[in-house]
Design a protein around this ligand. Structure first.
Ligand SMILES: [Ca+2]
Length: 397
């Protein structure tokens, strides 16, 4: 996972050792606490082993798929009384979990999965050490609850200089292209300066076309990607950059906005709305602050976060979703996210004047927030790293 106890301690250690003494101070007003949600077990009979994501396949079959960190995908019927899940795919021998943040990190079903049976995985490779792998797989011909493990087609491999900061999320956008988050390469403080370097895919969200193949590639580059023409040497896959380690991002089902949670270094966890060609500041910036002594950015070049929170409130952001389900009108249109370490939940609501209000919606739950997830109807869930899946519901007043 992103942060084990050990790496949390390492992070605190880094903070204490930083040459900028004030870097650990808490000079930002804490988030308001406005309890508005609760969590309840969604499938009381189901438990998973380090679940990292859940999604429907988009085929209308009423099933949900959960990826487990070590390399297993499980499938189950989304009915409340479900008592068991089945193994859809087991690629544990291909997945490295040597690093805390390595594993099977992301899954995305092709928008036409119902017709073509294709889905995509992002995992840390065990055969190519320290390599993030994006692969295509296919469901088996004779069983909708079994994937064909032999169908793997590798689309992209990204060398990871360190085992941490591997990003994770993969997701199809409303435009039909696949988006993928890759962290800055790891260690701490982005020692290679990857965040501001457009010639590497590290520290970015990228956007590719899985339905075509450009020359020398196993995928196509969408013609309107922002860095196709310039600057020289820029990777054409990049959609946005200056991101330290986006673990989870999502698209608002109504507006198409891409919301990302970017995990911070010493001081700030941040929420960004990510747009084409956007520079989100890392490592020149962390949150709204200057971070690097080596790099500075003209404020005009940087897209500022929508919201940040400091170290007293959390240490590792897990990006969530704008709620667009039907069941709970009071949650409608708000973005919900959380922190893996403190297990706080936040709610961001857009105000009439266009500004965003950020408040803690639920404090210090027992849920170690590995990921949020949506079902086919846009109802919101949260995955406990310890194994259970919870539904996010309004607080009863
Ligand atoms: Ca930023």
């Amino acid at each position: 996972m992103k942060l084990s106890t050990l790496s949390t301690l390492a992070l605190i250690g880094l903070c204490a050792l930083t040459p900028i003494a004030t870097a650990c101070s808490q000079d930002q007003a804490p988030s308001a606490v406005e309890p508005s949600i609760e969590v309840e077990r969604a499938w009381p009979n189901l438990k998973f082993k380090k679940p990292l994501f859940m999604t429907p396949a988009g085929d209308g079959n009423g099933r949900l798929f959960v990826i487990e960190k070590e390399g297993v995908i499980r499938v189950f019927d989304a009915k409340q009384e479900t008592t068991k899940s089945n193994v859809f795919l087991d690629i544990r021998e291909r997945v490295s979990v040597r690093g805390d943040e390595e594993g099977l990190l992301g899954i995305a079903f092709h928008p036409k999965y119902k017709d073509n049976g294709l889905f995509y995985l992002h995992y840390s490779s065990s055969t190519n050490d320290k390599t993030g792998t994006l692969s295509e797989f296919r469901v088996s011909k004779d069983d909708v609850d079994k994937a064909d493990a032999s169908s793997e087609r590798i689309l992209l491999e990204q060398k990871q200089p360190w085992r941490n900061h591997n990003g994770g999320m993969i997701c199809f956008g409303p435009d039909g292209y696949l988006y993928m988050a890759l962290g800055d390469g790891g260690a701490g403080g982005d020692p290679q300066g990857n965040g501001q370097n457009l010639s590497t895919l590290l520290g970015t969200i990228l956007r590719i076309d899985v339905n075509t193949k450009d020359e020398g590639l196993e995928y196509g580059i969408p013609k309107d990607n922002p860095f196709i023409e310039k600057p020289k040497g820029a990777r054409p896959e990049i959609w946005a950059y200056g991101l330290r380690n986006v673990w989870r991002f999502s698209f608002d089902r109504k507006t198409g906005d891409l919301w990302a949670g970017d995990v911070g270094q010493n001081r700030w966890e941040e929420v960004d709305i990510v747009t084409s060609g956007g520079n989100y500041g890392w490592r020149a910036r962390e949150g709204f602050d200057q971070f690097s002594k080596k790099e500075t950015l003209d404020p005009k070049e940087v897209i500022e976060p929508v919201a940040v929170y400091g170290r007293k409130e959390g240490m590792s952001i897990t990006g969530g979703y704008v709620y667009r389900g039907k069941r709970f009108p009071s949650l409608q249109g708000s973005y919900f996210y959380g922190d893996f370490v403190t297990r706080n939940f936040w709610r961001i609501t857009k105000q009439e004047d266009g500004s965003y209000k950020n408040a803690i919606a639920l404090e210090s739950t027992k849920v170690v927030i590995a990921s949020f997830a949506e079902d086919a109807d846009g109802e919101l869930y949260v995955l406990n790293y310890a194994g259970e899946i919870y539904r996010v519901v309004p607080k009863e007043l």
